[in-house]
Design a protein around this ligand. Structure first.
Ligand code: PMP
Length: 467
């Protein structure tokens, strides 16, 4: 049986599939299809490519999960991780202890972050960075004597993580299930700034005005003295690669400044090169946030690590008066091996000019994929540089989605997978965020293969009467 094979240390691909199917609970799994189909077992990665346990190769246009920015299989990364594991695999960073990689990475992040964002608190990933940022809002406002200024504002269709608090700040429709509970009190959600789905007949400028007015109205209704922080992904990632209307983020930031509301940029996806910059807030959107949350590309997925980077001004308010405790922190905060991976990632991005590559090849990537808008199934291809999605529709004029039963995005991803390409299905979208090292010929492969997959599924949908 399986146990004997496992003990022998040589499980065959089919055995791995079966062990997983019998014993693992995967995030966001559909129980029905998982019982039947199990999971694809990935065995190896190099650059933009993955190999499954059967030896089939895929170009990973998903980049892990928006995170393998350097590409996989780098010996220098493995070496940096191994060296640190040998020297000091663990030491906590609670209260008044630190370690070399954690101190150096904090200083490095301060040097890369915009404005006076010179203070760093490490976490285990993006969710825990967002959780901590919510607490930072409460803590900071309380220290200023604003104990009521605790409400948080975010947007519909945002994704900020999977812990209780970060999932309550986020609000992707499909994530809110009746089996779970969410923090409702003191969290407000504004409209999603999705220009493609703006009201019929409204210009993009008028849509931006509407969104800004909605925030001002909320502040007038709730009271500026009750709102402590505003959370925004510069480009909403898993909520649908939503690039907001021009000027939107800057105007939302100005409102925050006017009302002493902290602006938290959730750059878990957009930082470390995905848009061709270390951070997108200032370089792309002309906003200097009070707090930046980041993870993913920070270590390029080689180790789990997140960080909350915040301003000297916040630090000074919190530190004033002395006798206080920031009673929030995780065992693996400032983990030396993870921080060593972060330092090495940043060094490689610098030495190999990967921001410039992401900018150049990223512009080509978006342009190339936008060619798919000619297909009858594709309503819009949108995004920026190496963060792109294809939105499928049932009707290009009305932009009406296909019925859920069509399941077209998952089928397109499955068809692409059979042709050696990984793209990620989310709702009616196929989402892509390839490594920063992707080349133009690889981009061509992505565009050509995705087109074939969409055409194949479109033909099937026609036969099934969906179109
Ligand atoms: N914020 C954003 C914008 C994200 O995209 C994600 C993850 N997809 C998170 C937070 C949560 O990060 P993690 O899964 O590392 O906890």
């Amino acid at each position: 049986g399986l146990d004997a094979k496992f003990a022998a240390g040589q499980p065959a691909p089919q055995d791995l599939w079966e062990m997983d199917r019998r014993h693992a609970l995967h995030p966001w799994t559909n129980f029905g299809s998982f019982e039947k189909d199990g999971a694809l077992v990935i065995a190896r990665g190099e650059g933009c490519y993955l190999w499954d346990a059967e030896g089939r190769r895929y170009l990973d246009a998903v980049g892990g999960l928006w995170c393998t920015n350097l590409g996989l299989g780098r010996k220098d990364m493995a070496q940096a991780i191994a060296d640190q594991a040998e020297r000091l695999a663990f030491s906590n960073t609670f209260v008044d202890v630190t370690n070399e990689p954690s101190a150096r990475l904090a200083a490095k992040l301060a040097s890369l972050a915009p404005g006076d964002l010179n203070r760093v608190h490490f976490t285990t990933g993006g969710s825990t960075a967002v959780d901590t940022a919510a607490r930072l809002v409460w803590y900071y406002q309380s220290c200023r004597g604003q104990r009521q200024k605790t409400d948080l504002v975010a947007r519909e269709h945002s994704y900020h993580g999977s812990t209780y608090l970060s999932q309550s700040v986020g609000k992707r429709p499909g994530d809110r299930v009746e089996e779970f509970r969410y923090m409702e009190a003191g969290i407000h959600h504004l409209s999603v700034p999705n220009p493609y789905r703006r009201p019929e007949g409204m210009s993009e400028e008028a849509f931006c005005d509407f969104l800004v007015a909605e925030f001002e109205d909320l502040i007038a209704r709730v009271g500026a003295d009750r709102i402590g922080g505003f959370f925004a992904e510069p480009i909403q990632a898993s909520g649908g690669v939503i690039v907001p209307p021009k000027g939107y983020l800057r105007r939302m930031w100005e409102i925050c400044r006017r009302h002493d509301i902290l602006f938290i940029a959730d750059e878990v996806v957009t930082a470390f090169g995905r848009l061709g910059h270390w951070f997108a807030s200032e370089d792309v959107f002309e906003v200097i946030p009070d707090v930046i949350t980041c993870a993913k590309g920070l270590t390029s997925g080689y180790q789990p690590l997140g960080a909350m980077i915040f301003s000297d001004r916040i630090w000074e308010v919190m530190a004033e008066g002395g006798e206080r405790w920031f009673t929030s922190g995780l065992t693996y905060a400032g983990h030396p091996v993870a921080c060593a991976a972060g330092l090495k990632t940043i060094e490689i991005i610098e030495n190999e000019g990967l921001l410039a590559n992401a900018a150049e090849v990223g512009d080509y990537f978006l342009e190339r994929l936008q060619g798919l808008e000619a297909l009858p199934l594709v309503g819009q291809v949108r995004g920026q540089r190496l963060m792109v999605c294809v939105e499928n529709v049932g009707n290009k004029d009305s932009k009406e989605p296909l019925p859920d039963g069509a399941n077209e995005s998952k089928r397109i991803s499955d068809a692409a997978e059979a042709m050696g390409l990984m793209v990620r299905p989310i709702g009616h979208l196929n989402v892509m965020s390839p490594p920063l090292v992707i080349t133009k010929p690889q981009v061509d492969f992505v565009a050509e293969t995705l087109e074939k997959a969409i055409r194949k599924v479109t033909d099937e949908l026609v036969r099934e009467g969906y179109r």
